[in-house]
Design a protein around this ligand. Structure first.
Ligand code: TEU
Length: 589
C-alpha cells in the first residue's frame, strides 16, 4: 500500500464564491454566505474545501485576474470574514485550501502598474516583454486562450507583454528570482494564517520555454503555445524551490492545475518523495469532445476513449504519483449534461457518474452543485453570458466568423464555462435560496425541481448518494489505496474496473446507457464472499442476474479471506472507519 496521507483520503469540495451563496443581499455570493453553509458541507462528508479566488480583482476573468494577493475583494467580505471562515471550517474538522494564481496577475496589480511605467522600472522584469516583430507586429504567432494574440502592445515603451489568457492577465516572469521570493513570502503569510494548502492555477505553464518561435496555426488563426510551455522542465525546478522555501514544515495539500501536461511530467510533478506537488488535475478526459473550432461544437465524449484516458492516468500514476479526480469544475460544462441524461434518468445518471469517479484511485473533487445533480443551462441570448471566453468566442465565430448564431448558442449551452457558474440551487424560491436580490448571473430555471432543500432529507436523492460515497471512502482503505485494474475495456457501454488491495477486490461497473444490459462480473465476484456495497438502483437485479438497469452503477466488495476489516494495514482491529489520518487534531464531531 502507498504511504498514507490525509490528502489521499480526503474528498475535496470546490466553492466558486461568486455563485455559492449571497450572505449580504447584493446578488453575488460571498464569504458570510459560505459560512452559513458549512454545516451542509460537513454533513456531505467533505474533508477539504477549495475556495476559488476571493482576492481583489477587476473581474475580467471572475477573479482569476488578481490585483492584490493578500486582501479580500469587498464583494466577498473582508479579512475578518475570511478568518472567521477559516476558524469555522477548522472547528468542523474540515480543512481549507485557497487558489494560488501565480502564472499571471491582473494588469491592475501594483507590480504590473510599476512594470509598465518604464523599461528601467525595477518591476519591469517581473513580466515578459519583447520588442515587436518587423512591421510592428506581435513578436510571434502565439494565441491567447481567450482569443486574439498572446501579446499586447504597451504603447508607452513600444514593447509587447505576453499573456497566455486574456490581455488583462499578463504572464509573470518566473525566471526572476526576486519575483519568486515575493510569491513564496506571500504563500508563507497565508500559511501563517492557517490555510491548509493551495490549488495552483495553471501551474504547469509558469516556466516559459527558451523557444519563442512561431508554431503551427489552428482555426483560431494562432498557434496554441500551451504544450510547448508546459514542456519546459524548469517548472520542476521552480516547484522544488517553492516546496523548500514556502511549504516546508507545513503539513499542507497542494493540487496543481496541469494544463497540457504529459503523463510523464505529471509523474514527476506528483512523485511520492513529495518535493513538488501532491496531486494534479489533468485535462485529457475533458478535451475528448474538442475539435477544429476548439470546444465550440456539439460533439460528445466517446466512452471508449474516456475509458482509455482514465485507465492511462489511473495506471500511469499508480505508486508513482497521485490523481486529482474530477468531472466538473468552474471551467467545465456540467458532466451530467455531457455524459449523463438530463431527462428521465437525471438522478440515476448523476449518481452513476459520481460512483464511477469516486471509486477510482485519487482524491475526488466535488464541484458545487454537482452533488445536487445540477445541469447545464440553456442560453438563448448572448447577453446571458458572463464569461469572457464564451463572449469572445461568440464574437469571433458568429460576428466575424462562420458559425450560425443559433448553432453557436447551442454549442455554448453545451460547452461554455458559464454552465458551471450559474448560482447554486438551494431551494425552489425565485432567487433559488442563493440571493434575495437580482443574481449576478441568471439562475437555471430548473431550480424549482433541482435544489438542495428538496434533496436534503430525501433518501435516494443525488445528495444522499454523494454522502454515501464519501462515507465509503472514509470506511474502506481499498477505495483510497487499491490498485486500479480496467475490466472489459473494449465494452463501449459499460465503464467497469476493479480495485485490489490486500486480498480484497472492489468491483465497479457503470452503465452509461439508457438501456438495461447484461454484464458479467469477473470470476469470484459472485457467491457469499461478495457483497453489494452500493447501487443507485432501488431494486437492483445485478447480484442475482448480472443485469444492469439504465444508468445503473454497482459497487461490489469481495473478500479473498475472512475477517478483512481487522486485516487492513494500519487499522486497529474492529474499527469500521479509518479516518485517523484524515484530520489529525481536528476530529469530526
Ligand atoms: O484555467 C486554465 C485552463 O487552461 C482551462 O481550464 C481553461 O480555462 C479552459 O480550458 C478554457 O475552456 C485556469 C482557471 O481555472 C480558469 O478559470 C482561468 O480562467 C484560467 O486559469 C486563467 O487564470
Amino acid at each position: 500500500m502507498d504511504e498514507r496521507k490525509w490528502w489521499k483520503e480526503s474528498v475535496v469540495y470546490q466553492i466558486y464564491p461568486q455563485s455559492f451563496c449571497d450572505g449580504n443581499g447584493d446578488g453575488v455570493g460571498d464569504l458570510p454566505g459560505i459560512i452559513g453553509k458549512l454545516d451542509y458541507l460537513a454533513d456531505l462528508g467533505a474533508d477539504v474545501l477549495w475556495l476559488s479566488p476571493i482576492y481583489p480583482s477587476p473581474g475580467h476573468d471572475n477573479g482569476y485576474d488578481i490585483s492584490d494577493y493578500e486582501a479580500i475583494d469587498p464583494r466577498y467580505g473582508d479579512m475578518e470574514d475570511f478568518e472567521r471562515l477559516l476558524a469555522e471550517t477548522h472547528a468542523r474538522g474540515l480543512r481549507l485550501i485557497i487558489d494560488l494564481v501565480v502564472n499571471h496577475t491582473s494588469i491592475e496589480h501594483p507590480w504590473f502598474k510599476s512594470a509598465r511605467s518604464g523599461k528601467n522600472d525595477p518591476k519591469r522584469d517581473y513580466y515578459i516583454w519583447r520588442d515587436p516583430a518587423p512591421g510592428g507586429r506581435p513578436p510571434n504567432n502565439w494565441g491567447a486562450l481567450f482569443g486574439g494574440s498572446a501579446w499586447t502592445l504597451d504603447e508607452k515603451s513600444g514593447q509587447y507583454y505576453l499573456h497566455l489568457f486574456s490581455p488583462w492577465q499578463p504572464e509573470l516572469n518566473w525566471e526572476n528570482p526576486l519575483l519568486r521570493q515575493d510569491i513564496y513570502a506571500m504563500m508563507r503569510r497565508w500559511l501563517a494564517k492557517g490555510v491548509d494548502g493551495f490549488r495552483m492555477d495553471v501551474i504547469s505553464l509558469i516556466a516559459k520555454p527558451d523557444d519563442f518561435s512561431d508554431g503551427p496555426v489552428g482555426a483560431s488563426g494562432y498557434f496554441d503555445p500551451r504544450e510547448r510551455v508546459a514542456a519546459n522542465p524548469k517548472v520542476h525546478e521552480y516547484l522544488r524551490e517553492m516546496r523548500k522555501e514556502a511549504l516546508s514544515g507545513h503539513d499542507v495539500m497542494t493540487v496543481g492545475e496541469a494544463s497540457a501536461t504529459t503523463l510523464e511530467d505529471a509523474r514527476q510533478l506528483t512523485n511520492p518523495s513529495g518535493d513538488e506537488l501532491d496531486m494534479v488535475f489533468q485535462f485529457e478526459h475533458m478535451d475528448l469532445d474538442g475539435g477544429e473550432t476548439f470546444k465550440w461544437n456539439d460533439r460528445t465524449i466517446p466512452l471508449l476513449r474516456l475509458k482509455n484516458v482514465m485507465a492511462k492516468w489511473q495506471q500511469g500514476l499508480a505508486h508513482s504519483g497521485w490523481n486529482a479526480l474530477f468531472w466538473n469544475n468552474h471551467d467545465q460544462p456540467r458532466m451530467l449534461s455531457r455524459l449523463g441524461d438530463e431527462g428521465e434518468y437525471r438522478e440515476a445518471s448523476a449518481k452513476m457518474l459520481a460512483a464511477c469517479l469516486h471509486m477510482m484511485q485519487g482524491s475526488p473533487f466535488i464541484y458545487q452543485g454537482e452533488e445536487l445533480g445540477m445541469t447545464n443551462m440553456r442560453f438563448t441570448r448572448p447577453e446571458q453570458l458572463r464569461d469572457g471566453e464564451s463572449r469572445n468566442a461568440y464574437r469571433h465565430y458568429v460576428l466575424d466568423g462562420d458559425i450560425a448564431k443559433d448553432d453557436m448558442l447551442r454549442y455554448i449551452s453545451l460547452k461554455s464555462r458559464d454552465n458551471a457558474r450559474t448560482p447554486i440551487q438551494w431551494d425552489a424560491s425565485p432567487g433559488a435560496g442563493f440571493t434575495q436580490a437580482a443574481p449576478w448571473m441568471d439562475i437555471n430555471p430548473n431550480h424549482t425541481e433541482i435544489n438542495a432543500e428538496e434533496q436534503l432529507h430525501r433518501k435516494g436523492s443525488v445528495l444522499s448518494f454523494y454522502k454515501e460515497l464519501t462515507r465509503l471512502r472514509h470506511m474502506h482503505p481499498i477505495v483510497v489505496y487499491g490498485d486500479f485494474v480496467p475490466y472489459a475495456q473494449e465494452d463501449s457501454r459499460v465503464f467497469a474496473y476493479t480495485r485490489i488491495l490486500d486480498g480484497e477486490i472492489l468491483f465497479v461497473c457503470c452503465n452509461f446507457t439508457a438501456q438495461a444490459l447484461d454484464f458479467a462480473p469477473p470470476d469470484g465476484l459472485q457467491g457469499e464472499n461478495a457483497r453489494l456495497l452500493l447501487t443507485n438502483c432501488a431494486d437492483s437485479a445485478y447480484m442475482a442476474e448480472s443485469r444492469l438497469a439504465p444508468y445503473e452503477a454497482v459497487v461490489i466488495l469481495a473478500n479473498g479471506h475472512s475477517g478483512s476489516s481487522s486485516n487492513k494495514p494500519g487499522l486497529p482491529g474492529g474499527r469500521d472507519s479509518f479516518d485517523g489520518v484524515r484530520t489529525p487534531g481536528k476530529e469530526k464531531s
